[in-house]
Design a protein around this ligand. Structure first.
Ligand code: FPP
Ligand code: MG
Length: 298
């Protein structure tokens, strides 16, 4: 996304991405290399940017949100590594490079995912330790860590992934597909926005608006992902298209048709933009982001 604020926050998160990993014993250097390989594979860093942007939107300091923004990126990266494993989607290519298990082996890829997930919680808890004696600073951090844990967990991303696995080659209702998309993908996008809002000290009206915005762009993000899997450019995407249909995965285009999928994407994007309208100039980043996510080609 060309928006200067997106570029600024992405560069900031990228610059500090390895700062919140613990110092690794040289005997575990393979683990560190495997984690770094996927962390630095050139993703959009959407979830970390969202933590920082919503923290700033709520009036907070982005530097203080970095441990949480990076934790989001660690969790997102673990989920991609595990999602690509032979037991799950069995993909060979991600972000234009061989997937983690293709380079480091299946055993190390599983452990690199485990490592990244643990590092996310270590990073957030280490940050909280600094504020044990200052409740006003500790509270937003506890809230943010809770939002991130919930979004990533068994009533969020993991739940969506379980349904995604179980529905393969089985009949799927439109309601179940929405459940999968909302949990597998939107839960982490909402968690990033809510965590940032908590860190920035948002009031309940702002938190509610940002949550509704996150829900709309989160579902729109996965619908667009489904559309790109049909009509995307493999070179830009950095992975083969058509893998959903090949694996018997229900998607928006399969269940709703391409026209209705596009219409739903537009409707969700417009809803997200409308939610940020009352915030005037301050909400411009979020309106532009919703627009970009609907037209993105990677
Ligand atoms: C691509 O994000 C990722 C998605 C569209 C989400 C799909 C959901 C999963 C992989 C969940 C897997 C869960 C488990 C528990 C294994 P992106 O386009 O932002 O990727 P980028 O970081 O490469 O830009
Ligand atoms: Mg998958």
């Amino acid at each position: 996304m060309k928006n200067p604020q997106y570029q600024e926050l992405k560069a900031l998160a990228q610059e500090h991405l390895l700062d919140f990993l613990p110092e690794i014993d040289p005997k575990s250097s393979t683990l560190y290399e495997a984690m770094k390989y996927s962390l630095q594979a050139g993703g959009k860093m959407l979830r970390s940017v969202l933590v920082l942007a919503s923290c700033r939107f709520a009036g907070g300091d982005v530097i203080s949100a970095l441990p949480y923004a990076c934790a989001m990126e660690y969790i997102h990266t673990y989920s991609l590594i595990h999602d690509d494993l032979p037991a799950l989607d069995n993909d060979d290519l991600r972000r234009g490079r061989p997937t983690n298990h293709k380079v480091f082996g299946e055993d190390m890829a599983i452990l690199a995912g485990d490592g990244l997930l643990s590092c996310a919680f270590e990073a957030m808890n280490k940050d909280k330790l600094l504020y044990l004696d200052d409740l006003s600073k500790l509270k937003p951090r506890v809230l943010a860590a809770y939002e991130i844990s919930k979004g990533a967990g068994c009533r969020g991303m993991v739940a969506g992934q379980v349904a995604d696995v179980e529905v393969e080659n089985r009949p799927c209702s439109k309601e179940l597909l929405d459940y999968i998309h909302i949990n597998k993908t939107a839960a982490m996008i909402m968690a990033a926005i809510r965590a940032g809002a908590c860190l920035g000290g948002a009031d309940s009206k702002m938190l509610n608006d940002l949550t509704s915005y996150g829900e709309a762009i989160g579902l729109a993000f996965q619908i667009k992902d489904d559309i790109l899997d049909v009509m995307g450019d493999e070179a830009l995407l950095g992975k083969p298209i058509g893998s959903d249909a090949e694996q018997g995965k229900p998607t928006y285009p399969i269940l709703h048709g391409m026209d209705a999928s596009m219409a739903r994407l537009t409707e969700l994007t417009e809803r997200a933009i409308a939610l940020m309208e009352p915030y005037g100039e301050k909400g411009e980043f979020f309106r532009e982001l919703a627009e970009y996510l609907a037209i993105r080609n990677l």
